[in-house]
Write a protein that binds this ligand. Sequence first.
Ligand SMILES: [Zn+2]
Length: 205
Amino acid sequence: MSLDSFLDDLEPDSVEDLDRDATLPGINEGEIVVIRSARRKKNISAYRAGGRIVVSIPARMSRADERAMVPEMVAKIRAQEAAITMSESALADRIDQLLRKFAPEITIRPSDVSWRAMRERWGSCTSVDRRIRISDRLKGAPAHALDYVLFHEAIHLEISDHSFGFKAILGRFPYTDVATAYLDGYEAAETALALPEELKKLLKK
Ligand SMILES: [Zn+2]
């Protein structure tokens, strides 16, 4: 997505949540944002913005058309992403590889690894039930950035805090600079391309 097309979409006449009663299989609450744009005459577009999918439709589009079109656009985005996204079992395999290579003393493995819509964090690990969640903002991220987050969360299986021992193990990951540059850059871009005020209010709900 180019900056221009992003800005083009940021002058909505109105912003609305997808109707709560609309049944859209596989769509998490709050993940889809529909923008009605007065500047849009006919075409409809959809793109990923952080953890959300933004669908921009003409201001005059009818409710019925919206209900028909939005799921179609969301499905299209998901299909594109699926083609470049690691499956959850592939994430678990990758964690296994990273631990074998950089932290062989950690033999514990996650019970479950899954993608989650998380906008505040890159990943999480609950040591009690050994579940690892990875932010879907990392779908399509460069391998080193994803590896860095996977390795970080995997170390938490053994060490729950960010103590000296934790950092000593994390420090073995050889591409930390490249990975953190990407993650920091992503967050900076998210801030720079801040959403319009009315959309921010909506997302806080
Ligand atoms: Zn941590």
